[in-house]
Design a protein around this ligand. Structure first.
Ligand SMILES: Nc1ncnc2c1ncn2[C@@H]1O[C@H](COP(=O)(O)OP(=O)(O)OP(=O)(O)O)[C@@H](O)[C@H]1O
Ligand SMILES: [Mg+2]
Length: 239
């Protein structure tokens, strides 16, 4: 897998004594959308946390853009171009949409002109946010807050984004908008690892998929094959 952008090999992860990840192998090629699915408690969030360096203890190999990341702190992985949109979104509720977006740019230290350009780009890609630049983030719907979290992650100019259940708790119209956003981002060369409970959605927009069960990958293949095989979904993804 010489060309993979992200590659996990035999990754183990622990919370204290709990050995949650039991040797994960997965990779994401540049420009791919890869889905990671599985039941509640399967280890999806833990896998993403391992990739970001957020687990108290992990082992194995996590290569990103050709560099070994095991042992490197979160900020080093972020600086290398790994973007992350956590399940709980972590937008700053008391700040406006624009202020939240500016926070996303702190790390890239852009000048004022570059910052304005980047914010204009966001406005073009996220018209729903553009209409709400001055609005307090806390007063937006869950879906709008999720869009804001994604927009903010994009502003740090990542090479890849890890998304943990972006469609969770979001009204159907916005879920469709989000799916289209991911497809558009891929068309522009972005690479995504998408954790989803909404398996249908994840398979429809992804190129390949992995199924996690009890901290192990139990199935992998193209999303098209997976969509055509309801039995696998039944076995590993039904709650
Ligand atoms: N901070 C923690 N301390 C101890 N155990 C944890 C911790 N976080 C998660 N776990 C355990 O690790 C296992 C995997 O959890 P994880 O959150 O990765 O699952 P998930 O696939 O993301 O589930 P969900 O679909 O519910 O988000 C579960 O058994 C969970 O109880
Ligand atoms: Mg989770």
């Amino acid at each position: 897998m010489a060309d993979a952008l992200l590659e996990l090999r035999a990754v183990h992860g622990w919370y204290g004594p709990a050995h949650v990840l039991q040797g994960i192998d997965l990779h994401v090629m540049p420009g791919e959308i890869v889905a990671l699915v599985g039941r509640n408690g399967a280890g999806k969030t833990t896998s993403i946390c391992a990739a970001m360096g957020l687990l108290p203890r992990s082992a194995g190999s996590i290569r990103f853009d050709g560099v070994e990341m095991i042992g490197k702190p979160v900020h080093a992985r972020f600086a290398a171009g790994l973007g992350y949109v956590p399940e709980e979104r972590r937008i700053v509720a008391g700040l406006t949409v624009r202020e939240n977006l500016r926070l996303g740019m702190l790390a890239v230290r852009a000048g004022a002109a570059a910052e304005r350009r980047a914010i204009d780009e966001v406005a073009a890609r996220f018209p729903r946010l553009a209409e709400r630049f001055g609005q307090q983030a806390a007063t937006m719907s869950g879906g709008e807050q999720q869009m804001l979290a994604i927009a903010r992650a994009l502003l740090s100019r990542p090479k890849m984004i890890l998304l943990d259940e972006p469609s969770e708790g979001i009204m159907p119209a916005l879920v469709d908008e989000m799916a289209q956003l991911f497809v558009d981002l891929r068309a522009d060369g972005m690479t995504l690892l998408l954790v989803e409970q909404n398996v249908e959605l994840a398979l429809e927009i992804s190129d390949r998929a992995y199924v996690l069960d009890q901290g192990m990958i139990v199935h992998e293949g193209t999303s098209a094959d997976f969509l055509a095989d309801p039995e696998i979904r039944e076995r590993y993804c039904s709650v």
